[in-house]
Ligand binder design. Structure first.
Ligand code: GLP
Length: 261
């Protein structure tokens, strides 16, 4: 995998937004897998800036969700469907019809999971999947010890993840659902390019395990080591426990511009 160390979150956002813009110039109807949480917001802001400034046309882009809470009422502002509509679909001026996501309020959750995997496949697969990382190393909502071959399915959140996400629910952990639908690790690995962004010291240990530790289900993000085109973008704080940081810096500094991410 390629590890890129950037000075701060804004620089990471700009770098990844440029990579997405490059993809859209090559493939205007690309399917972009988007992540929720605070970390990817600078990417969406930078990309919206490129679209507004006319540097890229995103009018034919399609987006798809990585995961969703189970049981929140339709239209709840913290459902990931609402978050993606608010943070990505509207600012980029995309049609809500160009948006795929699992149905977290379906009466038959198992059928909704299978239907989502099928929908991703019939849409031609994900071209670029943006990922954040949980403090416990999760990607999407694949908590530690998720199967590395898993498909989209229902998962139970760890207490740590519910504590981490309570800030989106007014700090009230009782409002954070226990169950979620998430693309499986096997599903995520089918995307053509994986781009994981991590910022802040709180992610440093998870990043060190992801990049320099063994591939292990206990650190779900370590599955990125199995992907032929995985890029990990980290700010200085999130990179602070990487032993190979000098090598990663030298490699990126010497990279030809035409190569892109
Ligand atoms: C949630 C999401 C993940 C995200 C993680 C980290 O658990 N399901 O996709 O990566 O939060 O969020 P943040 O970027 O806010 O730290």
């Amino acid at each position: 995998m390629e590890v890129v160390i950037v000075p701060d979150a804004a620089a990471g956002g700009e770098l990844i937004a440029e990579a997405v813009a490059g993809l859209l110039r090559r493939k205007p109807d690309a399917l972009l897998g988007v992540a929720t949480g605070s970390t990817p917001l600078p990417v969406y802001q930078a990309l919206a800036g490129l679209v507004r400034g006319g540097a890229v046309d995103a009018s034919r882009a399609r987006v798809c969700q990585l995961d969703e809470y189970v049981g929140l009422p339709a239209g709840h502002p913290e459902s990931y469907r609402s978050v993606v509509l608010r943070e990505v679909v509207e600012p980029l001026g995309l049609s809500p019809d160009a948006f795929l996501g699992p149905d977290g309020s379906a009466p038959d959750v198992l059928a909704a999971c299978e239907a989502y995997d099928a929908a991703l496949a019939s849409a031609g697969g994900v071209d670029l999947q943006l990922l954040g990382i949980g403090t416990d190393g999760h990607i999407g909502f694949n908590e530690p010890c998720s199967s590395l071959a898993s498909r989209t399915r229902i998962k139970t959140l760890t207490e740590q993840t519910r504590v981490d996400n309570a800030r989106f629910f007014g700090g009230d952990i009782s409002q954070v659902p226990h169950h979620v639908i998430t693309q499986g690790i096997g599903t995520i690995l089918e995307a053509r390019h994986l781009v994981l962004l991590a910022t802040g010291e709180g992610k440093a240990e998870a990043i060190a395990q992801t990049v320099e530790g063994p591939v292990a289900a206990v650190v779900p993000a370590s599955a990125l080591q199995l992907h032929p085109h995985a890029t990990v973008v980290v700010d200085e704080a999130a990179a602070s426990e990487l032993k190979l940081a000098p090598y990663f810096r030298a490699t990126f500094a010497a990279k030809p511009d035409w190569q892109g991410l």
